[in-house]
Design a protein around this ligand. Structure first.
Ligand code: ATP
Ligand code: MG
Length: 387
């Protein structure tokens, strides 16, 4: 198991010295047992938030309604939540009430999957549902009755696939069988929560494990038609590329998908650019690649070429070679690379919008023939165009 960072140990020792029960819980325990580096560390403790605020100097009340506060230490932040039980679920998404629980085992029993329902405390691992065995067997298994757990909070269905994609795990047969008929319940879940899980699933090392889920079309209510071909593994590990691939395979536009999922502007913009590249003919000449390099980086274009090859089955080797050769020559591709500026054109007598138009024309000429990019030659062209 990976060693714990000092700030996490420091945090646990404050509880220990105060005689308050506290455990690392959830994703960090799972990741530590799997030899992965946890994204963040969560602690469950017997203390109510007010007590935690007394124990530490810098505490932010990040989720008091759920008994959660965040402790800020020099090297990191730790989320601390009081042991808790969930009340009734009436709308397939959130418990109507939550109440403090008295034991860690109660707290673990409300968690979604066995691999996420372990705690690490001063006496070692607390593992009432066989999470360690399931980690070893690489299995996603619901805690308790899977149909009930998926009906309570339908997002758990997508979370099962998300963990399968991230960890390259298999969803256990009863858990999978319970999930399938309940896919329609996902329509009760907010787009933001769906996108948070779906984007993690797509970004995982094995997004192909989403295929059976996406083939059933459970997100049609959000404008994502059923997948018609398997979602591949091995696409470049960039979310926008994976979103563009998803839209390509489902036959919808990245623009409408990103709008429906309310995803952030940068991801939406990059997904659309990747999609444009996938749907357009490849540049057929070095000039075409120079034009492409004026809008995108070599790395972006390489990624999109790799995605295109995987999605269309057509080799990108020649195109890749041409792109690299073109980019490595570091040709002038941007307006700022031109050997003349707007000032030079003003001096020739051009004014207003004509200046921009001529500069654009010169840039296009330079994409065709980079050798033209000399002040005298560009000025000569500009003079000719003015005649
Ligand atoms: P990651 O490392 O990707 O954040 P994680 O396991 O920490 O994975 P979170 O979404 O951060 O996932 O949730 C933290 C923990 O809270 C989970 O490990 C699980 O124990 C519990 N949990 C989160 N969402 C649910 C849910 N919808 N139903 C039940 N338990 C949940
Ligand atoms: Mg987490």
């Amino acid at each position: 198991m990976k060693p714990l960072p000092d700030y996490v140990l420091q945090c646990l020792s404050v509880f220990f010295e105060a005689g308050v029960e506290a455990f690392l819980v959830g994703g960090c325990v799972r990741d530590l047992l799997l030899g992965r580096t946890p994204q963040d560390y969560d602690i469950a403790s017997a203390a109510p938030p007010e007590r935690v605020m007394e124990l530490f100097d810098h505490v932010v009340p990040t989720g008091l309604r759920h008994g959660t506060v965040t402790v800020l230490l020099k090297e990191g932040a730790v989320e601390i939540t009081q042991f808790r039980m969930d009340g009734e679920y009436k709308d397939h998404r959130r418990p109507d009430t939550v109440r403090p629980a008295s034991t860690i085992v109660e707290d673990l029993s409300r968690r979604d999957f066995t691999i996420n329902a372990m705690a690490l405390g001063p006496k070692g691992l607390v593992d009432p549902f066989g999470g360690l065995a399931d980690c070893r067997a690489r299995i996603i298994r619901a805690v308790g009755d899977p149909s009930r757990r998926f009906s309570e909070d339908a997002l758990r269905i997508l979370r099962a696939y998300r963990f399968a994609c991230q960890l390259a795990f298999t969803i256990e047969a009863d858990t999978k069988a319970a999930a399938f008929p309940l896919f329609p319940l996902l329509a009760h879940i907010s787009r933001e929560r769906i996108y948070a899980e779906l984007s993690k699933a797509l970004s995982g090392s094995c997004p192909s494990r989403l295929t059976p889920f996406l083939k059933a079309g459970p997100l049609a209510f959000a404008g994502l038609p059923p997948l018609t071909r398997p979602y591949p593994d091995g696409l470049p590990a960039f979310l926008p590329v994976r979103i563009a691939a998803l839209c390509f395979l489902c036959g919808c536009s990245a623009q409408s998908f990103c709008a429906a999922m309310r995803c952030d502007k940068a991801t939406a913009r990059e997904s659309r650019a990747a999609e444009d590249f996938l749907l357009s003919p490849l540049p057929a000449s070095s000039a075409g690649w120079r034009r492409a390099l004026s809008a995108f980086t070599k790395e972006e274009l390489e990624r999109w070429l790799a995605a295109r090859e995987i999605l269309t089955g057509e080799s990108s080797a020649m195109a890749l070679q041409r792109l690299r050769k073109t980019a490595d020559a570091q040709p002038p591709v941007h307006m700022r690379d031109l050997a003349i500026t707007g000032e030079d054109l003003l001096a020739l007598g051009y004014t207003g919008p004509a200046v921009g138009k001529i500069l654009r024309g010169l840039l296009e000429a330079v994409w065709e023939s980079p050798g033209l990019n000399q002040k005298s030659r560009l000025l000569e062209l500009a003079r000719q165009w003015g005649r």
